[in-house]
Design a protein around this ligand. Structure first.
Ligand SMILES: Nc1ncnc2c1ncn2[C@@H]1O[C@H](COP(=O)(O)OP(=O)(O)OP(=O)(O)O)[C@@H](O)[C@H]1O
Length: 278
């Protein structure tokens, strides 16, 4: 699908951080529709390796749709369509011949509501993604992977003595960290997080935020959040989405988080980040 009406172009403000892993994710001219309802209009954004990018904006402006386009989940909705490109280290995940499973492995996702397999053990929850990627491992290697991923998700110390207990027996915050550990087990380059703390208490929220900062060195993170303090605490750069008066969502402004909060260039950005609307 093509569209020539309007265009939102944003340029790279921050360079990738040297010495970190993760991949640079680049969305180019992304438009999206549900049926004939256009919800995003030619949105371009670079999310550099090793940085945390926060997507902010009022409800309904297309943040979650944009996020789901970044790992090919949008196409699961029967009426959904899109135009544009998503490049992971210069490879378009929508190019002909690109496998859906590979995109999902490379670009993991953590959702608003923690969704571990409740009856499955904590251990098996962590390794559950390996089947999808066809990864075979012996027992010791699997044990090491489970410990590594739970440690990176900040959960190892709390669950090391009860790995065979069901994932559903953990608290909400622990379940969310288990979901992060599960995502990490398939070695993603990018981790997408859709309001990962909105169902959690303040203490669990802080713990997840610490985890996000710790993970940023090895996986590129893109987080949707309604919480401006959270965006300020965890992100390196922010993109402010807006869908004005029934128009499709677009990025009004993006840049380093400090700048976006201290001296945004667009008055709509300052109105939003200072809580005057949305
Ligand atoms: N499955 C769907 N079918 C039809 N329309 C949808 C669907 N999902 C989202 N939309 C529409 O797409 C637009 C963007 O929604 P989206 O959820 O991406 O916004 P958002 O900024 O993430 O909102 P919120 O902050 O409330 O989660 C909205 O108009 C919404 O009604």
């Amino acid at each position: 699908m093509t569209d020539q009406t309007t265009q939102t172009e944003t340029t790279l403000h921050l360079p990738a951080v040297p010495g970190v892993s993760g991949a640079t994710l680049e969305a180019r001219r992304i438009s999206a529709w549900f049926g004939d309802h256009k919800v995003l209009d030619r949105v371009s954004l670079t999310m550099p390796a090793g940085l945390v990018t926060a997507l902010i904006g009022p409800s309904g402006c297309g943040k979650s749709t944009f996020l789901r386009i970044l790992n090919r989940m949008h196409e699961l909705v029967p009426s959904a369509s899109l135009a544009g490109e998503v490049l992971v280290d210069d490879q378009d995940i929508y190019a002909a011949g690109q496998r859906l499973t590979e995109a999902r492995r490379t670009i993991g996702m953590v959702f608003q509501k923690p969704n571990p397999f409740p009856a499955m053990s904590i251990y098996d929850n962590v390794t559950s993604g390996l089947k999808l990627t066809g990864t075979r491992m012996n027992g010791d290697a699997k044990d090491d992977l489970v410990e590594e991923c739970l440690a990176k998700a900040g959960l190892w110390k709390e669950v090391r003595d009860r790995l065979r207990q069901p994932g559903g027996a953990l608290s909400g915050g622990q379940q969310q960290r288990l979901c992060i550990a599960r995502s990490l087990a398939v070695r993603p380059k990018v981790l997408l997080m859709d309001e990962p703390c909105s169902a959690l208490d303040p203490t669990s929220t802080r713990r997840i935020e610490e985890t996000i900062r710790e993970l940023a060195h090895e996986v590129t993170i893109v987080i949707v959040t309604h919480n401006m303090q959270q965006a300020a605490r965890v992100s390196d750069q922010c993109a402010f989405f807006l869908a004005e008066q029934g128009t499709p969502g677009a990025i009004v402004e993006h840049g380093p988080t400090d700048t976006m909060f201290a001296s945004p260039s667009d008055p709509r950005t300052s109105d939003y980040v200072e809580g005057r609307f949305g």
